[in-house]
Write a protein that binds this ligand. Sequence first.
Ligand SMILES: [Zn+2]
Length: 129
Amino acid sequence: MSEPTDADKGPGHVKYEDWREHLETGTLLGVQCQSCGAVSATPKRACSGCGSREMAAIELPERGTVYSETTINVPPEDFDGTYQVGVVGLGETRLLARLRGAVDIGETVMFTGTIVEGDGPGPVFESAE
Ligand SMILES: [Zn+2]
């Protein structure tokens, strides 16, 4: 009898720590399903489309389009004033990010850095127009 293989240890498996490390050094890491090609902007153990566990690391584009945005008027205790968050479309996937510079839906934005909030760093995008 042989032990079942651990699919999570396959090549290209991206852990949250890897994702975070790349984010901090200026690389947006995503994962792509090797079965159906679906892309996710954050680490996933399995594809949300087909359930495959063959998820390989890919670099996401640094330029995207604002898909939705909202201004947080009642920030958590640690923050001063209001701030803007939004969903940025990056190629085939979307990523929740902090937005700087009062960007609008449909505007082109660039990944410019990270901001530490809550339990880890989050990506920051600024207008590229
Ligand atoms: Zn898939």
